[in-house]
Design a binder for this molecule. Structure first.
Ligand code: F6P
Length: 380
């Protein structure tokens, strides 16, 4: 009897980022080249699996995909199959549609689903895996906050965009002797703020993990002034907050597993600094610019290697895993181990130590270690 072709499903869930199409391309190419397998793509993340909306993807789709931003499959950050929003009258109710997702997967004769996404997609995938869905995850997000991997694709491209923006902001800061505040996304993690702050030569970098002391921030501006530097660049993560203060919530998105959308801390910070010092501040919020555009060379390489690895795992029956980038190569971890866990910046991280060594203010008073500050002033 002739063995039927193996069949893979692929979907992209959560917020888009550069590199999603590069993974799709790597999946299709590896499936066809190495395994003579076929691929179908579900539209709009898990929404497509629950509602059985899909299309075949093959080599004809590959040209141009490597460099194209966004995702040709569409995505959704509201389509948790276990908590699926369904319109009833004027409002949404949330139903468990996980059985429907598994039914559709089996009916299509799929061997494995490759789910490309962030923490929400990995959590949904882990839940479906526990119910028998054969799934392999691929970690994406500009936030770089997924557990189990040293880096997610999308992060480097966002870092390049943010750094470029900070470079450009420098000229106005210098010409007008201003405090220029650049706000970057990243949700509850400070990777993007810290990385771009260091790469862009920020003088003050404020991240969600270290609630900032406004006096320490102002002291740094004053110190620079006393050294003849009449301007300062502040890079702030959208999830940052003042000591004893709250994160700034911009909006709440109905039906989203994490309804909170952050944004606006930079305006609050500008008022705080202007209230305490005789300086002029300006604010630039980079927002979704960071999610757009063509992937960086690093992200193309990473996305391609992760996509290839995902297909190998799927074909070798190593399911219920998320591919990860560790020790400079593609590995994998149980998807269960990463679901629901965030990887945040720690005081001991080399980027933090580097920032301290070169005199970047992280919102912590001079002369006190970050560990001590967090224990004694933040978590007391
Ligand atoms: O997780 C990626 C991310 O861009 C975060 O950095 C940001 O907080 C959030 O998504 C924004 O989500 P939305 O596109 O729904 O506004």
């Amino acid at each position: 009897m002739v063995k039927a072709k193996k069949r893979l499903g692929v979907l992209t869930g959560g917020g888009d980022c550069p590199g999603l199409n590069a993974v799709i391309r790597a999946v299709v190419k590896t499936a066809e080249n190495e395994y003579n397998a076929e691929v179908i793509g579900f539209f709009d993340g898990y929404e497509g699996l629950v509602e059985n909306r899909f299309r075949p993807i093959d080599m004809k789709d590959a040209p141009g995909l490597l460099t194209r931003g966004g995702t040709i499959l569409g995505t959704s950050n509201r389509a948790d199959p276990f908590h699926y929003p369904v319109l009833e009258g004027d409002d949404y109710v949330h139903l468990d549609r996980s059985n429907q997702a598994i039914f559709n997967f089996e009916s299509l004769g799929l061997d494995v689903l490759i789910a490309i996404g962030g923490d929400g997609t990995m959590a949904a995938s882990a839940g479906l895996a526990a119910k028998g869905l054969r799934v392999v995850g691929v970690p994406k997000t500009i936030d770089n906050d997924l557990a189990g991997t040293d880096v997610t694709f999308g992060f480097d491209s966002a870092l390049v965009t943010a750094t470029d923006a900070i470079d450009k902001i420098h000229t106005t800061a210098q010409s007008h002797h201003r405090v220029m505040i650049v706000e970057v996304m990243g949700r509850y993690a400070g990777w993007l703020a810290l990385g771009s702050g260091l790469a862009g030569g920020g003088d003050i970098v404020l991240i969600p993990e270290f609630p900032y002391d406004i006096e320490a921030v102002c002291d740094q501006v004053k110190l620079r002034k006393s050294q003849g530097k009449n301007f300062s660049i502040v890079v702030v993560g959208e999830g940052a907050k003042a000591l004893g203060g709250e994160m700034v919530v911009q909006r709440r998105v109905k039906n989203s597993p994490d309804a909170i959308r952050l944004g606006g801390i930079s305006n609050r910070l500008a008022s705080q600094i202007e209230g305490l010092l005789n300086v002029e501040c300006r604010v630039t919020i980079l927002g979704h610019l960071l999610r757009g555009g063509t992937p960086s060379a690093f992200d193309r390489l990473l996305a391609t290697q992760l996509g290839v690895k995902a297909v190998h795992l799927a074909m070798q029956g190593e399911i219920g895993r998320m591919v990860s980038w560790r020790h400079n190569e593609a590995e994998s971890v149980p998807i269960d181990d990463v679901a629901g866990k965030l990887r945040l910046v720690t005081p001991k991280h080399p980027w933090v130590k580097t920032a301290e060594s070169i005199g970047v203010c992280l919102g912590v008073p001079a002369g006190i270690s970050i560990e001590k500050y967090l224990t004694e002033m933040v978590h007391q």
